[in-house]
Design a protein around this ligand. Structure first.
Ligand SMILES: Nc1ncnc2c1ncn2[C@@H]1O[C@H](COP(=O)(O)OP(=O)(O)OP(=O)(O)O)[C@@H](O)[C@H]1O
Length: 273
């Protein structure tokens, strides 16, 4: 099939740039991501990974270039087709686990009132119980957020993100604050949900081993152009785009940039003169 006859990708960017004021954060991003891919993102702190997820979520707008969803410009606001989980999730402390997840649907379906009534409310509750069961929280429906462990809180955050049945799940270091054993459990959970719900996932992690174990594709964000006179003049771009999987090992160039805990460090800088 020729280039012009190709189906539109789920997500496609061309020459995408994002700047905040005079700071260029992301530059020269061009990619296609198909349905069902699991893209893991690593890169030095502050290089623009969260900004990139916000562009996909629709809470930030691109500055130049194009970003397309199903071949059309990505909407300027979050939609039910994209769910997000942050490292620390802000839940309503006065609502139970079930109340928090039901609220996610109430806010989405009735943004002004934040409430549903009658049959719609019962449907939202049933939907919330189903999502909470999927993430292993069926036994904790009436608990309050302060009664949950870190792993359970992230399960709750994932249930909320899945409430509107998104096609794309955006994960911003969702397991970064969890103990290693709990992380393993969460890896199993996210892999199962990805397969069962045919999600397309973008996940930021500081742990390259995690990126290799979970993803089907690894992106390294890095700033390769530097001007010492104008530190904000260049942004990060995708410097590695690798097929990954549990069977694959990271290339030596990446391994050299891991510390003893598997965290990722930036490259030595290439200076423009
Ligand atoms: N709303 C904003 N307004 C202005 N600058 C911003 C804004 N959000 C992010 N930035 C800047 O953009 C750059 C990239 O930030 P971002 O949070 O995307 O990096 P990151 O790679 O996710 O970092 P980390 O790994 O530490 O979470 C930083 O220099 C940050 O200060």
């Amino acid at each position: 099939m020729s280039q012009t006859e190709r189906q539109p990708a789920l997500l496609e960017a061309q020459h995408l740039e994002k700047r905040y004021g005079d700071q260029l954060v992301l530059e020269r991003l061009s990619f296609r991501v198909e349905r069902g891919e699991f893209v893991t993102l690593v890169g030095a702190s502050g290089c623009g990974k969260t900004t990139f997820l916000k562009l996909l979520l629709g809470t930030e707008r691109i500055s130049r270039g194009s970003l397309r969803l199903d071949g059309r410009p990505l909407p300027d606001e979050p939609g039910p087709d994209r769910g997000v989980v942050f490292q620390k999730y802000s839940v309503f402390p006065h609502l139970s686990v079930l109340g928090n997840v039901t609220m996610a649907e109430e806010l989405a379906r009735s943004p002004l009132l934040g409430k549903l009534y009658g049959a719609a409310r019962r449907r939202a509750r049933d939907n919330a119980v189903a999502r909470l069961t999927e993430v292993g929280l069926a036994g904790a429906l009436e608990k309050y957020p302060h009664e949950l462990s870190g792993g359970m809180q992230q399960r709750l955050a994932i249930a909320q993100a899945l409430m509107m049945k998104p096609r794309i799940l955006l994960l911003d270091e969702p397991f970064g604050a969890l103990d290693p054993g709990i992380r393993q459990d969460m890896h199993g959970l996210i892999t199962r949900l990805w397969r069962e719900q045919q999600l397309t996932i973008f996940m930021i992690t500081h742990d390259v081993k995690e990126a290799f174990a979970l993803g089907t594709r690894l992106w390294v964000f890095d700033k390769v152009r530097h001007d010492p006179q104008a530190p904000n003049a260049y942004g990060a771009t995708i410097t590695y785009d690798l097929p990954v999987g549990a069977q694959q090992r990271p290339p030596e160039a990446l391994v050299e940039r891991l510390d003893a805990t598997g965290r990722f460090h930036p490259t030595s800088q290439e200076t423009l003169t």
